[in-house]
Design a protein around this ligand. Structure first.
Ligand code: HEC
Length: 217
């Protein structure tokens, strides 16, 4: 019998296909569990005990959120600070905060914010990225938005803007009125505040820095 090269041997290709399929399946299952661990939400107890979670629990809305340079990690990371009032309260329970966030998430889907904005990397670039909109200096105490909307707090100014965006034009491009109610606006602001506290740095984990990029090594 003539000797056939391994490259034209059917059995070789069948075995290779089986091994590659098996290996990929195991890899995907492992990655799924790894990702699930990274993105699972923390709890109120985590926040009270200072346990850092990539995605903090809903009651993070009771706290001040800022970003600070971490020398250990080599980039800015979200820092959950002291208690801070959110719509007049800093004692939102896990259930209440969760319900508010849920309302905001549904609101953002129903009004399709992603059609113009980007949320956590998904969406459009017609309007500003909303992932860290809560931290936009324009909404802070000395920013322009509180004065423009006549509100004394960040969350009230944001909620007011969301209900009547075309009354408060800040860019040449205006956000249209989407018929957002006061209750929905409150939920959406909670959703935005929570989103700003998510540590989106270095995801996927251990992903190498791009050589030559800003702050890259
Ligand atoms: C049709 C496009 C469009 C849609 C849909 C839209 N927006 Fe906007 N949005 C804009 C534009 C344009 C701006 C910038 C205009 C401005 O600041 O006055 C803006 C600005 C904002 C700002 C201020 C951003 C910042 O960093 O200060 C927030 C917050 C915001 N939008 C939230 C939302 C939310 C939440 C939704 C969904 C419920 C939404 N937008 C849906 C177009 C849109």
């Amino acid at each position: 019998m003539a000797k056939t090269s391994v490259w034209s041997d059917n059995r070789f290709w069948q075995r290779s296909a089986a091994w590659i399929t098996g290996f990929s399946a195991v890899l995907l299952i492992w990655l799924t569990f790894d990702t699930a661990g990274q993105i699972s939400m923390g709890t109120d107890a985590d926040l009270q005990n200072g346990v850092t979670k990539r995605v903090p629990g809903p009651t993070v809305i009771n706290y001040k959120i800022s970003y600070e340079m971490s020398t250990a990690r080599g980039h800015e990371v979200p820092v959950i600070g002291e208690k801070e009032k959110f719509f007049g309260r800093d004692d939102w329970s896990e259930e209440e905060a969760g319900a508010l966030l849920h309302l905001g998430k549904l609101g953002s889907q129903v009004k399709n914010c992603m059609n113009c904005h980007t949320l956590l990397g998904n969406g459009a670039y017609y309007a500003p990225d909303l992932t860290k909109a809560w931290l936009d200096p324009a909404w802070q105490n000395d920013g322009t938005m509180q004065a423009m909307t006549g509100k004394d707090t960040k969350e009230e100014a944001m909620a007011e803007f969301l209900q009547h965006p075309s009354t408060y034009p800040t860019h040449a491009r205006m956000m249209p009125d989407l018929g957002i109610t006061a209750e929905e606006a409150k939920g959406i602001v909670a959703f935005l505040k929570h989103m700003s506290s998510i540590d989106t740095n270095g995801f996927p984990r251990n992903f190498g820095k791009i050589k030559g990029a800003v702050h890259g090594k």
